[in-house]
Design a protein around this ligand. Structure first.
Ligand code: DOR
Ligand code: ZN
Length: 346
């Protein structure tokens, strides 16, 4: 069986910098995607239009066949004037990380009200606000309730700026799904493919499955699956594919924690087909990986199609156990060593 999918778009991906970027950027295309919405949490973060344009040119030099949609990192340097400049330069969105919740978020924000003048201009010029929807841990907040505890912020920003397009990134809870559904048409939500598969049992003691936000309970995963199965147009794929060197993922040194991030780029489309099929949502694949996100972002598809092929007579396809290597860099994908039912037709 073949499936032809219109111009797939990954609306949340980490493409890093330097040698790691050279390794992972071509994997967007390898994984079946033609458009990539690029996260700005580099070291240092991408906080200006000029930096974003240099970064974009670097990515295009590595992989000319992908359309890169660029974002800025919300920080005090981001002024209303810079927002106008960003819009004119074709930047698509601004990503907000609460301070300290994940990789390279030390410069993240502490109060949203501080940024209301920036949000005002974003609403006016129609730049998208991308929210990492967790609040930092404190005496009452921990990684399992950080996302539900964030949702009042989503509602407040949405009600203050009802025309501002907002994307709640990588939702993991039933509460988040309900919250986005209850908002108006200007609020959407990305869902990762790994959160459609994992629950807490899969990452506790398994560092390769550790990411932020962490996968939650089976009932939460069911809510994510149900909204994908329903084909709700404001819920679409953002892989949050986040490569880290293996030494940072498989650490067993007490003083050194495990890096948050799951790497899915090189296998993304076949993996998404496999996982959607596993819960009866294969007929929603094209909407989830292409149409819904493109409609929300107003990024039309071109005529290109990607063809997926299902193994016949029980044939399956191996996710490389040893991962991928370029010079001194290597990355290990999600489900390394497992077999899946789909591959990209050459
Ligand atoms: O698991 C994650 N990894 N979550 C994020 O929000 C950031 C990402 C990364 O950059 O590694
Ligand atoms: Zn991310």
């Amino acid at each position: 069986m073949d499936l032809s999918i219109t111009h797939p778009a990954d609306f949340h991906v980490h493409l890093r910098q330097g040698a790691l970027s050279e390794l992972v950027t071509p994997h967007v295309r390898k994984g079946g995607f033609c458009t990539a919405y690029v996260m700005p949490n580099l070291k240092p973060p991408i906080t200006t239009t000029d930096q974003a344009l240099v970064y974009k040119a670097t990515l295009e030099a590595i992989e000319p066949n992908v359309q890169f949609l660029m974002t800025l990192y919300l920080s005090p340097e981001l002024t209303p004037d810079e927002i106008r400049k960003a819009k004119n330069a074709g930047i698509v969105g601004v990503k907000s990380y609460p301070r300290g919740v994940t990789t390279n978020s030390d410069g993240g924000i502490e109060s949203y009200e501080t940024y209301y003048p920036v949000f005002e201009v974003m609403q006016e010029v129609d730049l998208v606000l991308n929210l990492h929807g967790e609040i930092p841990s404190n005496s009452n907040i921990h990684i399992l309730n950080a996302e539900p505890s964030f949702l009042p912020h989503l509602h407040k920003i949405h009600s203050t700026f009802p025309r501002l397009r907002i994307v709640l990134e990588h939702a993991t809870t039933r509460a988040a799904i309900e919250a986005v559904k209850a908002c108006g048409d200007t609020v959407a939500c990305t869902i990762t493919v790994h959160h459609l598969e994992l629950t807490v049992d899969d990452w506790a003691g398994q560092s390769w499955n550790f990411c932020k936000p962490v996968a939650k309970y089976p009932d939460d995963r069911q809510a994510l699956r149900d909204i994908v199965k329903e084909g709700h147009p404001r819920f679409f794929l953002g892989s949050d594919s986040a490569p880290h060197p293996p030494r940072n993922k498989s650490t067993s040194t007490p003083s050194c924690g495990c890096a948050a991030g799951i790497y899915t780029s090189p296998i993304l489309l076949p993996l998404t087909a496999h996982i959607l099929e596993s819960f009866g949502a294969l007929d929603r694949l094209e909407g989830f990986v292409s149409t819904f996100g493109r409609d929300f972002y107003k990024v039309p598809a071109n005529a290109s199609k990607v063809v997926l092929k299902r193994g016949v007579n029980g044939a399956t396809f191996l996710i490389p156990e040893g991962g991928y290597t370029l010079k001194d860099e290597s990355v290990v994908p999600f489900w390394a060593g497992k077999q899946i039912n789909w591959t990209i037709s050459k």
